[in-house]
Design a protein around this ligand. Structure first.
Ligand code: ATP
Ligand code: MG
Length: 573
């Protein structure tokens, strides 16, 4: 492909609305343009990258026995009502009415559609297992679209759905997808780690995320790893072993309300009462779908809102505002406590709190706390459930090691859905004895537009992108320094023909531009292999050959270039 006939609108200036380097380079390299918040247009270079990555995904899905289909973006709201998710998706779901006033949704995921598809056709265990996938556009009205293609409102996803009769068969289907995912990301040039994750809006029992570890702001997820055992989990889900070494009293002391003037924060109260933070219990007020709930965590710990949301079974959970706190506790923020709180307010108590004796809580009165409080004697928990946020330095739950934090970009995930959708939407099969069961399902996503940007986040320098060869828009960029010299243009054309003939994808910069412009654009656009035809070397019938990711330039005889390019391609990522 000739650059002069391409559409590669590179930009020299720093783009002010792009925080991440990968987003900068996609804009400046002429890969994407923004149409609206979270909505992007993919230009020819991006289109080629997307196609390359999508094809890797397609090959690995097909190899794993999945079957490609295409489902519609539009979907009648009815089946989302049947699954129950019409009520729980919240504002992320794009909704509209058609001209007949039928409620429609734009799909952000396709569990409902695919279950609708198979529910009348799968009748017997003999038709299972089945794995259907698609590579297609998704719409999600993300609350904070940002970072370019990383978190768009319209984006491309590969989503697969498995249907199995037995748990054993499901485990095989799930493992086949996990194996395929490792291969997919490896072929795209990146190492990923599989971590346990919260199953979020998908529901179901258990989920895993595939993370690309990065050290930049692009890493929106925090992952906790064990430094000794095989444990890795998104902080949203991570559990830990408490190593605070809290001493638990033997005897219950007499409960007493004390004045704590001017002391509302953990620090102020612990200083005033001369107790450690592990003896203080925080009572946090939340609004769960509009109803107040109280959550108790130890004073030295933070609450994990996702764990609390799951424990409550809420769709929306948010911290109560100061007015709400005052209304429900009768005191300003900082003095809430479990004793004397309205009986209708459920109390979720962390196990680390449930274990304590003679602890301190707020008294639901201004500038007052209660000391020597004991669970069961002084108040009852609605539920004792892990709601504490794990953090770096905590004990590993599986060993005597510690947890270490890293940041990651989620490029794919796998969900064990169980029978949530098959039960709600009525997708059943008959077993060999003629008994009816709901089909066991899984769903599996890969970010087709997010992943290439994540790859850039990993592979770039200060001048531009450094694509791995497998998803680069072209393998080779051929630069003729001086398009006014006939001998150079001739050499350029013959090299271009030879490389193309050999089946290599070449972007031929045949523009009548200054060398500096061509080199800057080449660095920015990030094609893995560069050939430069210049005066000095051409005199000896040689050209310069260089990998974008390496410093050294080799001089190669014109006649040997195809072999040299192939050898270089073999060697680089
Ligand atoms: P996140 O936690 O990042 O919001 P998610 O859990 O909502 O992701 P899924 O619904 O499982 O993600 O989607 C599957 C894959 O689709 C993700 O692993 C990610 O690669 C991609 N993806 C999800 N949301 C977006 C988005 N807003 N923009 C681009 N890609 C996305
Ligand atoms: Mg999301």
């Amino acid at each position: 492909m000739r650059w002069s006939q391409m559409y590669i609108p590179t930009l020299r200036e720093k783009q002010t609305d792009a925080e991440l380097i990968s987003h900068q380079f996609l804009l400046r390299g002429g890969y994407i343009r923004k149409l609206a918040s979270g909505v992007y247009l993919y230009l020819p270079l991006m289109q080629r990258v997307i196609e390359k990555f999508a094809n890797i995904v397609r090959e690995e899905m097909n190899r794993a026995g999945a079957l490609e289909i295409t489902m519609s973006v539009l979907c009648p709201a009815e089946i989302w009502k049947e699954s129950g998710r019409y009520a729980t998706m919240g504002k992320e779901q794009m909704r509209m009415k058609d001209r007949h006033q039928h409620e429609m949704v734009m799909c952000g995921t396709h569990e409902e559609t695919v279950t609708y598809l198979i529910r009348n056709e799968i009748k017997s265990y003999k038709q299972l297992p089945l794995n259907l996938y698609q590579i297609q556009v998704k719409f999600r009205d993300e609350i904070r679209p940002r970072f370019g293609l990383m978190r768009g409102r319209e984006f491309i996803m590969k989503d697969a759905y498995t249907f199995d009769a037995t748990p054993e068969s499901f485990n095989r289907s799930y493992q086949a997808m996990v194996d395929a995912y490792f291969r997919i990301f490896q072929r795209a040039g990146i190492d990923t780690v599989k971590v346990e994750s919260d199953s979020g809006a998908m529901g179901g029992k258990m989920a895993h995320e595939f993370m690309l570890l990065v050290d930049t702001d692009a890493g929106e997820e925090v992952i906790l790893f064990s430094d000794t055992a095989d444990y890795a989990a998104n902080v949203e889900r991570a559990v830990f072993r408490d190593i605070a070494g809290v001493t638990i009293d033997n005897h219950l002391k007499e409960r007493q309300t004390v004045d704590t003037p001017g002391a509302a924060t953990i620090e102020e109260v612990t200083t005033f009462l001369k107790v450690g933070a592990t003896r203080l219990v925080k009572t946090l007020m939340y609004m769960a779908d509009g109803q107040p709930v109280a959550a108790l965590v130890r004073g030295d710990r933070d609450l994990n809102e996702i764990k609390l949301k799951n424990a409550v079974g809420a769709v929306e959970l948010e911290m109560a505002g100061p007015d709400q706190v005052e209304r429900y506790t009768g005191a300003p923020v900082g003095f809430a406590g479990p004793i004397g709180l309205d009986k209708d307010i459920p109390l979720y108590v962390d196990p680390l709190v449930a274990k304590l004796k003679n602890f301190v809580v707020g008294a639901n009165a201004n500038e007052k706390h209660i000391i020597n409080v004991n669970i069961d004697r002084d108040f009852k928990a609605t539920e004792v459930v892990d709601i504490t946020l794990a953090r770096e330095g905590d004990g590993c739950p599986l060993s005597d090691g510690r947890l270490v934090a890293r940041r990651g970009i989620e490029v794919g995930n796998t969900f064990m859905l169980g029978t949530k959708y098959s039960e709600s939407l009525g997708a059943k099969y008959l077993d060999a004895e003629g008994k009816e069961h709901p089909i066991i399902m899984g769903s599996y996503g890969v970010g087709i537009t997010r992943t290439p940007q994540a790859v850039i986040e990993k592979y770039h320098d200060d001048k531009g992108i450094m694509w791995p060869k497998s998803i680069a828009p072209f393998l080779v960029e051929l630069i003729v320094i001086n398009m006014e010299k006939e001998s150079h243009v001739k050499a350029g054309q013959s090299l271009y023909d030879a490389l193309t003939e050999a089946g290599l994808e070449v972007l031929y910069d045949d523009r009548d531009e200054r060398p500096g412009v061509k080199f800057n654009d080449a660095d920015l656009v990030g094609i893995p292999i560069r050939i430069v035809i210049g005066d000095k070397s051409l005199k000896d019938n040689k050209v310069e050959l260089k990998a974008r990711s390496e410093g050294e330039t080799a001089l190669v005889a014109v006649d040997d270039i195809v072999v040299a390019v192939k050898n270089l391609a073999e060697r680089i990522n």
